[in-house]
Design a protein around this ligand. Sequence first.
Ligand SMILES: [Zn+2]
Length: 319
Amino acid sequence: MSNLQTVNGSVDADELGVILTHEHVRFRDEAVAAEWPDRYDEQEELDSALAAVREAKSRGVQTIVDPTAMFGGRDVRFMKSVADQTGVHILACTGIYSYDHLPNYFANRDVDVMAEHFVADLQRGIQGTDIRAAFLKCAADAPGVTDNVEKIHRAVARASVQTGAPIMAHSMPAVATGPRQVEIFEQEGVDLARVQIAHCGDTDDVEYIERLIDMGVYVGLDRYGLEMFLPIETRNATAAELLRRGHTERVLISQDYCATIDWFPPEAAAVFESQGAIRNWSMTLVFDEVVPALREQGVMDDEAFRTIFVENPKRWLTA
Ligand SMILES: [Zn+2]
């Protein structure tokens, strides 16, 4: 059986169990965190991460795929602390989370040099540790697939071709980035069965999502609780329709929850909640509300649950 790299080393893919494919144990602007570390309470961050992951574990989750890349404050030592103290497997990534900006370091080096950095994370270790990345991450958002975003995608693609590592690509359905992202991967020779287009659940345009599935990729319905993009009920209706149309084997469900995130001042969370921009956002929402709703609609039985939360992520991760 194939093995996968977790932050605690190699694990047999069959031992991953129930998997959440898109959650962040911590998310922060890494430049700010590096320059003003006193603005952050690392113990508080760790406590929040432990609480969130333990809640998920109490719902049966055995593995969390954490796509925190460069610019999201990736810190594999922090991830390892969370894995050590919860007993939940955590998979780390390599890549760059940028909607356009590239640091001069990479702006002045070519795609292959960038890819070589990702390959080093996949094969040798991350941030001076021997913790290896399990997958690659890139992003396209409101600005679309800009030149810099394309460069990152091509570097991610080449690292995938060289190593066989899977890819998760943050997308923005509102500006239809997905098809162009898949096209770039295809041009670079990536096995599209190893590609996950994240955040497809931010649209209720089933045909748009279906076009991506038809290209051979996985689609992430992975932002449950982020009502500012789409409310839970609409997300469920979209998920139900995809399952009805027979796409169970291409769907991944998650929450894109951040146990802590520094993008907003601390008081913002309560405002977002009271204004309805987020609702019950957590690492357990999909088990507490989404799965029961899909069961009630008759589109999810035990087998479909296993396909979506065990088999699909395992297949995406290991081919
Ligand atoms: Zn995310």
